[in-house]
Design a protein. Structure first.
Length: 393
């Protein structure tokens, strides 16, 4: 590793020996990854350089080489590699986006804008690039720029995600009537996109318009019968209105009409466990684990049972299992953190926070409610984690 020139020469003259043409890309990529795992970074770098000479149009190799530079190179080496990458693979949106993100992280907003402008030229009407440009402006306080970009994106790309981002931005800016008008227009085009219905129902709920929100969710589940989150929101609305039997019936209909029943079963199992008397909960939890095939919702529920019984080590083991089975489920992380706040050390609490931040969870009943609350716009994952933990009971 200390003799880079020697390494380059050896790799250059031996890399193709005994390798069939059709196998080169796969074998060289595997060799480079093996070198990285053993700490031979320069060797991996040289292998990728040779592979890119042979396959300059393969975006997967450019991506791997870029990740190598991001982890082990300098900002300059990564930037130089990405500039070459987009010359050879101008339609590879991910390479443009990596370049723009690196500029942004370095504080060079104008540089990021320039890269995205060039990306547009090579990929007109790309949803990913439109949304990246919007995010850049919004996160730098350029709300009007972001709105103008989204208006153009709706006119030129007009995808369901572009509409959703437009509505979310209007909502974040407090332009609720504009958001609702956009929702009506978007739902006319994309009636089976469940997230649009969710936003509409939540806005109406926040405004205290429960009958209107109920009607929205009724229409929503007719158009999107397999959307578990929609059924849950409909159930929560009934619970909020004090109609507990109706709320329970709505949850039960998830299993009947949701088709994809795994989450429905898990949610119902969780409810069933806590409805039992304490002596019966263990038996019920064993049944739930069998029925739900080790679902993270049920696993976290079992952890909570051990916690309630003050079996701290067992609870920690089950919380650990829950976040490993599905690290994208924010509620599991929040329960784990809440548990460690009561029974763990400061280091154990920090460990849960760090791992949650790395996992970047997006799902969970309570997690989504808190993360999508307008009061929490702009908060980072650690802040959301702590807010969710406070909200859990």
């Amino acid at each position: 590793e200390g003799s880079v020139g020697t390494c380059q020469s050896i790799v250059k003259y031996t890399i193709g020996m005994g390798v069939e043409e059709q196998d080169k890309k796969a074998i060289w990529t595997e060799d480079a990854e093996s070198c990285i795992s053993h700490g031979s970074i320069e060797t991996a770098r040289v292998i990728y350089a040779q592979a890119l000479k042979a396959f300059p149009g393969k975006k997967s190799i450019w991506r791997r080489a870029a990740f190598l530079e991001k982890s082990h190179g300098t900002r300059e080496s990564l930037e130089e590699l990405l500039q070459r990458a987009v010359r050879f693979c101008p339609q590879a949106e991910v390479l443009w986006l990596m370049g723009a993100k690196e500029k942004w992280l370095a504080g060079d907003v104008d540089g990021a804008r320039f890269i995205l402008t060039e990306a547009f030229k090579a990929n007109p009407n790309s949803e990913q690039i439109w949304l990246a440009a919007v995010k850049l402006e919004a996160e730098n306080g350029e709300d009007e720029r972001a709105r103008m970009l989204l208006q153009k994106a709706r006119e030129q790309a007009g995808t369901e995600k572009v509409w959703m981002k437009s509505i979310v931005l209007e909502r974040q800016l407090g332009k609720i009537n504009e958001a609702l008008a956009m929702l009506d227009e978007a739902l006319a085009q994309y009636p089976t996109f469940d997230k649009l219905w969710m936003i509409k129902g939540q806005i109406e709920d926040e405004r205290g318009e429960l009958p209107t929100a109920r009607l929205t969710y009724t229409k929503a589940v007719k158009n999107c019968p397999k959307s578990i989150p929609l059924w849950i929101l409909a159930s929560r609305l009934e619970e909020k209105a004090g109609l507990l039997i109706k709320a329970r019936a709505t949850l039960e209909r998830v299993e009947l009409r949701g088709n994809n029943t795994s989450m429905a079963k898990a949610l119902l199992a969780k409810e069933a466990i806590f409805m039992e008397s304490r002596p019966q909960r263990k038996t019920k939890s064993v049944d739930a684990l069998k029925k739900c095939d080790n679902d993270p919702i049920v696993i976290a529920t079992v952890a909570r049972l051990f916690w309630a019984e003050r079996k701290v080590d067992k609870a920690r083991t089950w919380f650990e299992k829950a976040v490993k089975v599905d690290p994208d489920r924010g509620d599991s992380w929040a329960w784990y953190y809440k548990f460690e706040c009561q029974h763990g050390t400061e280091q154990q609490q920090q460990d849960v926070i760090s791992r949650c931040v790395s996992a970047e969870p997006h799902h969970g009943e309570q997690w989504q409610i808190v993360a999508k609350d307008m009061k929490n716009v702009g908060k980072n994952i650690e802040e959301i984690l702590k807010l969710v933990a406070q909200a859990l009971s």
